[in-house]
Design a protein around this ligand. Structure first.
Ligand code: PAZ
Length: 345
């Protein structure tokens, strides 16, 4: 049977990763904003949830032309953030740049341009009559979140940016104790190109222009590049991203409520994998979902309640249905308050 890595194994992997893969340039300025936000809400004893959302990229070159990405548009994260805001939480929304945002998601990333909601009237731009009611409601909710300083929006692009931001924000949230929640809906890459195996320049497709592999410091690279051409083929040889959930649970945010998501495509292994994650990381809740049905059903796996399916009624299932996030948010925040009162085991 596979033995879980020891705590010191996780710590060593963490320390190696963050030493070898430098932080994003805007980390400090973002964390200044995060600290202010967290302190303000700590003073008013408000629950703060860090929602992660969207997919992380895996750059193949330092001056990145090509990268590996995934499908996530950030619907789950953006919609859930709205739920949490409506239910009294302050939200740190750590999302993939240009993915869906709370509130504005209603008018972006679809086949209609936001301009299609507008018309010109006597030289002024106004909203079309049939969209007035919904837009007044959405705008009201957005303004309330903004005016009460309850929404902080931070962004990442790459897997390394994501991990740095998650770690630093989680450590800042530590003083919130059980008032901190982590709702990890981002689709995070399992594989990446480590900095010391990344070439500086665009990978050439033609042997004629093949270059000696240099790193970002202008040195000839001593390690074989993880992405390179051999003959006419592109070879991509990625390394595993260390599993940081254990560090989040034990080291970065030991008192926070941690909700992770598990995405699969094969229904036969979803619950098994969700249970495996729960046992391995010993956090509060894993929410499992399948790529094709994620908009209307999810499974909650927790130590306290075992396996519990949450489904949108079939009459309300459409390709664009988003009602499931309210059901998820409600169930997750109920578990959050039970945790705070103390689990019953
Ligand atoms: O962003 P989206 O709404 O299109 O998809 C949401 C999701 C499937 C990425 C999320 O529910 C999820 O399962 N995130 C974790 C994925 C994983 O790393 O297993």
């Amino acid at each position: 049977m596979e033995q879980p890595p020891t705590s010191s194994g996780f710590e060593a992997a963490e320390s190696y990763y963050f030493t070898e893969n430098p932080p994003p340039k805007n980390l400090k300025s973002n964390m200044v904003l995060a600290r202010e936000f967290i302190n303000r809400h700590a003073d008013s004893d408000r629950r703060v949830v860090l929602v992660t959302s969207g997919g992380t990229t895996v750059p193949l070159e330092e001056q990145t032309v090509r990268y590996i990405d995934n499908f996530s548009a950030g619907t789950r994260g953006a919609t859930s953030a709205e739920y949490f805001l409506e239910n009294g939480y302050a939200v740190i929304f750590l999302h993939r740049q240009f993915s869906l945002l709370p509130y504005s998601r209603h008018y972006s990333h679809n086949t209609r341009s936001f301009l299609d909601y507008m018309k010109e009237e006597n030289g002024r731009v106004v909203v079309e009559e049939q969209h007035q009611e919904e837009m007044v409601r959405v705008l009201g909710q957005y303004n309330a979140a903004k005016n009460e300083n309850k929404l902080l929006i931070l962004s990442f692009v790459t897997i390394t940016e994501y991990l740095w931001m998650l770690r630093e924000a989680a450590m800042l949230m530590r003083p919130l104790g059980p008032n901190a929640m982590f709702y990890l809906a981002a689709a995070v890459s399992d594989f990446f190109v480590p900095k010391d195996r990344m070439v500086e320049h665009k990978i050439q497709s033609s042997e004629e222009f093949a270059q000696t592999h240099m790193n970002g410091k202008g040195e000839v690279q001593s390690k074989t590049p993880a992405a390179r051409t051999e003959g006419k083929s592109l070879i991509i040889d990625l390394e595993p991203v260390p599993k940081f959930l254990k560090q989040l649970v034990d080291g970065w945010a030991p008192d926070g409520m941690i909700v992770s998501f598990k995405l699969e495509t094969d229904p036969a292994i979803l619950v098994k994998k969700a249970k495996h994650a729960l046992n391995k990381y010993a956090h509060h809740l894993v929410i499992g979902n399948l790529l094709l049905t994620r908009k209307w059903e999810v499974v909650f796996v927790s130590k306290m309640d075992g396996e519990q399916w949450i489904r949108v009624p079939s009459r309300r299932r459409t390709r664009s249905a988003t009602g499931i996030e309210s059901l998820i948010g409600k169930a997750a925040s109920q578990k959050d308050s039970v945790e705070e009162d103390g689990p019953s085991d």
